[in-house]
Design a binder for this molecule. Structure first.
Ligand code: NDP
Length: 392
């Protein structure tokens, strides 16, 4: 195997020619040679074991991968809350065992049954059943359906794509939905909950870059300055949202909201929306039940917009990624990267995200060589939060 891959491409494979970090998309590069059927490659594997779960690094071969159209030499993956959930005993997220987690990945195409995705193309993939009921990004190779594959837009490297990842894509979808509902920057304050996490921090950055007056809600008292640096005009604590005093409606604060917390937090957001405003809801780190009344809906005409990144149709996926490379390109991308985690250390990163100890995004370095870029030296860090995230 040669080692011609550029810094951001997968680690030595063969043929080389992957684009450099931050360079243009690579639709016509040379493809890495496929591994032999018996070649072994490293993967982080989660197995159900009675009522428990075991996990660790194992050696897989191509025959261990599920069927699919596109074989990808994975350079980068990332850590999302859902990746943590599949390691929790009794979780209802993992649908198969053994499972390679990793709901998103980026790398270069090794072979493809789809003529629109040529070998050598730099791509990303996320959603569908990736990392849930089919092996995902925490392995050197992934075989995925063509419908989940997006050719990297020009200007986004594989590392950039995973710095954005499912979290950034979900934040972009949330903003897109709110703007389709009518939200405009001069409408008033827009609330982001779970603001120090992946979806939340991206929402802060994307909204601020488009001129919104962003109010970030976080449980991490030591991350207020960081959130202001990302563009939040105001930072409030989680408890500050609960001001209804038992009433069904709170004062009308929010012109819009991005909520990835769910539970009581989402109920409080609904109580505090202005007349005609909407909240885009994507997550459940604070719980899956919502105890609310119909009053916000029938007396203030508010809207609860569901956000789903898993079954997003292929053309919409491409459109949103194109926007993330152009008019929605996050201006503080490296500030959002908490760390690059090598595959053998991914278990610790998954524990961190479940315990809400992550600020921003964790990248998983799979096949990409180690870099010394700004994110590795960056101020973002792990281990600043507190526990409390529910298991499912
Ligand atoms: P992160 O863990 O990075 O961020 C979640 C944030 O939620 C935390 O940083 C924390 O923010 C807050 N939080 C954590 N625990 C609690 C709690 N017990 N009560 C209140 N707030 C809490 O996760 P992600 O950003 O990756 O994902 C966020 C949510 O969105 C998850 O539920 C995930 O499953 C979901 N999701 C959904 C998608 C979809 O397609 N619908 C796609 C991607 C994610 P802080 O400390 O700042 O308050």
């Amino acid at each position: 195997m040669s080692s011609a891959s550029a810094p951001d491409g997968p680690a030595p494979s063969s043929g080389g020619g992957a684009p450099s970090s931050g360079g243009p998309a690579h639709p016509a590069g040379s493809a890495p040679a496929p591994p032999d059927a018996h070649d072994r490659f490293a993967a982080f594997v989660v197995r159900r074991d009675g009522d428990g779960v075991t996990s660790g690094i194992e050696d897989l071969c191509l025959a261990d991968l599920p069927g699919g159209d596109v074989l990808i030499d994975v350079a980068w993956s990332s850590v999302n809350y859902k990746d943590g959930m599949v390691t929790v005993p009794g979780n209802r997220v993992a649908r198969t065992s053994p499972l390679v987690p990793g709901v998103d990945l980026a790398g270069v195409v090794v072979s493809s049954a789809d003529s629109a995705i040529a070998p050598g193309t730099q791509v990303l993939a996320h959603g569908g059943d990736l990392g849930v009921s089919r092996h995902g990004g925490y392995a050197r190779y992934a075989r995925v359906p063509a419908g989940l594959v997006v050719v990297l837009p020009s200007g986004l490297s594989a590392r950039d794509a995973m710095a954005i990842g499912t979290a950034g894509f979900t934040a972009a979808l949330s903003l897109d939905l709110l703007e389709h509902h009518g939200l405009r920057p001069d409408d008033g304050p827009v609330l982001v909950t779970g603001a120090s996490g992946g979806v939340g921090s991206f929402a802060v950055v994307l909204l601020a870059a488009r001129g919104y007056d962003v109010v970030a809600s976080t449980g991490k008292t030591d991350e207020h300055a960081w959130l202001r640096g990302l563009g939040a005009a105001h930072v409030i604590g989680r408890g500050d949202l609960d001001e209804s005093g038992g009433r069904v409606l709170a004062p009308e604060h929010w012109a819009g909201a991005v909520d990835c917390v769910g539970g009581d937090t989402l109920a409080q957001v609904l109580r505090g929306l202005r007349y005609g405003a909407a909240v885009a809801a994507s997550g459940l780190t604070g719980g899956s039940g919502i105890d609310t009344t119909v009053y916000p809906f029938i007396t203030r005409a508010v809207a609860l917009l569901g956000v789903d990144s898993v079954r997003t149709p292929a053309d919409r996926r491409r459109d949103v990624w194109d926007r993330l490379a152009t008019d929605m390109r996050p201006p503080h991308l490296d500030d959002l990267v908490a760390a690059e985690v090598p595959l053998p250390d991914v278990a610790g990163a998954l524990a961190d995200i479940l315990a809400a100890r992550v600020r921003g995004r964790l990248l998983v370095r799979v096949g990409a060589p180690e870099t010394q870029g700004p994110a590795r030296r960056g101020a973002a860090r792990r281990g600043t939060g507190r526990g409390g995230a529910p298991a499912t």
